[in-house]
Ligand binder design. Structure first.
Ligand code: TLP
Length: 359
């Protein structure tokens, strides 16, 4: 399959729209969404709310915007959000909630399975004291990107909910890949989302839509979120052309995520069988595969990335996380074998070069 002949495993965000999405985009009925008059956006929002088991939903430009709108709606200036130190919201969203909302982050160590320790959450909640920020929100993530795409089971959310209720806190879930979690765990997505007040999920990752995410929650929360989205410049007018692809994503692209997980597993097992790489197979649960070079530093990773690119295979390299490959709808079984062949050849070439340079 591949994208323009390239096996692009850098992320599931690279996915172009499917032919069915392009057709739906072409045919989309549109109106001015800032007036609430885009029928396609309205339909997508209703579908999203229903799928997440929430009263209402709002279409936003990206996962980052969905999380930011959620945090701005839950918290005021000087309020505190408790979240994982490996959370996407903490690491990769440009500090938006602090920069734009004056929201104070309280990072706790993410466990390898993506969870937070319950006793650490409890201990992080501030007593009412003039010296402290007000603890307002707990933000979780599922699947957990930096924790190797871990799918976190519903009982963790039930336990965090009990703590939040005891202290009058809200819970937001960054569910950018919530459908990957539900498919991997074999549960309805609502089994997870029932424990959180708000959830963001992305159409533009494994579901293959070109643009967009949904923030879902109670009707009054979403009404307020519309103001926060407007402040951020996210009122998108005839956004029905984008929402149309999102509707196809929800209708056609959820159940097939199991295929991406199966291919990620095949890729991971293939890498484990190759010399020169290390991988923890137990941590591969969904469509994200982290692995690393058995030897070498980040410059060696970048050299490997370049050798893979020359073979038409794109893979990510991170100074603190090693290498990452993400499967998605535009990667088929053949592409996985092609990637494994390229990984084998590229490491051999690197080895040969090193020997030549040494002697
Ligand atoms: N993740 C991207 C990069 O930003 C790292 C990726 O390639 O995985 N939450 C989670 C858990 C995410 O992984 C991402 C994107 C987002 C939020 C942000 O979504 P977008 O890119 O739509 O703003």
């Amino acid at each position: 399959m591949s994208i323009n002949g390239i096996v692009d495993l850098r992320s599931d965000t690279v996915t172009p729209p499917t032919p069915a999405m392009r057709e739906a985009i072409y045919r989309a009925e549109v109106g001015d969404d800032v007036y609430g008059e885009d029928p396609t956006v309205n339909r997508l929002e209703a579908m999203a709310a229903e799928r997440m088991g929430k009263e209402a939903a709002i279409f936003v430009a990206s996962g980052t915007m969905g999380n930011l709108v959620a945090l701005l709606t839950h918290c005021g200036r000087g309020d505190e959000v408790i979240l994982g130190d490996l959370a996407h919201t903490f690491l990769y969203e440009a500090g938006g909630s602090a920069a734009l909302g004056g929201i104070h982050p309280r990072p706790l160590p993410n466990q390898p399975d993506g969870t937070l320790r319950l006793e650490e959450i409890e201990a992080a909640i501030r007593p009412d004291n003039v010296h402290f920020p007000r603890s307002r929100l707990i933000a979780l993530e599922n699947t957990h990107n930096r924790c190797h795409g871990a799918a976190i089971p519903p009982d963790h959310f039930a336990q965090v909910r009990a703590i939040a209720d005891r202290h009058g806190l809200k819970i937001h879930l960054d569910g950018a890949r919530i459908f990957n979690a539900a498919v991997a765990l074999g549960v309805d997505v609502r089994e997870i989302t029932r424990y959180v007040d708000s959830v963001t999920f992305c159409l533009s990752k494994g579901l293959s839509a070109p643009v967009g995410s949904l923030l879902c929650g109670p009707a009054d929360f979403i009404a307020q979120a519309r103001r926060a989205r407007k402040v951020l410049g996210g009122g998108m007018r005839q956004a029905g052309v984008l929402a149309a692809a999102g509707i196809v994503a929800l209708e056609q692209m959820v159940d097939r995520l199991a295929e991406d997980h199966r291919r990620a597993r095949r890729l991971a097992e293939g890498i484990a069988a190759l010399p020169g790489y290390t991988i923890d197979l137990d941590r591969v649960q969904t469509n994200i595969v982290y692995f690393d070079l058995a030897q070498g530093d980040h410059a060696d990773r970048l050299a490997l990335v370049a050798r893979l690119k020359a073979r038409g295979v794109l893979i990510g390299a991170y100074p603190d996380m090693g290498m990452r490959a993400v499967t998605h709808a535009w990667v088929d079984d053949e592409d996985i074998e092609r990637a494994l062949d390229a990984l084998e050849e590229a490491i051999r070439e690197g080895e040969a070069r090193r020997k030549r340079d040494e002697g």
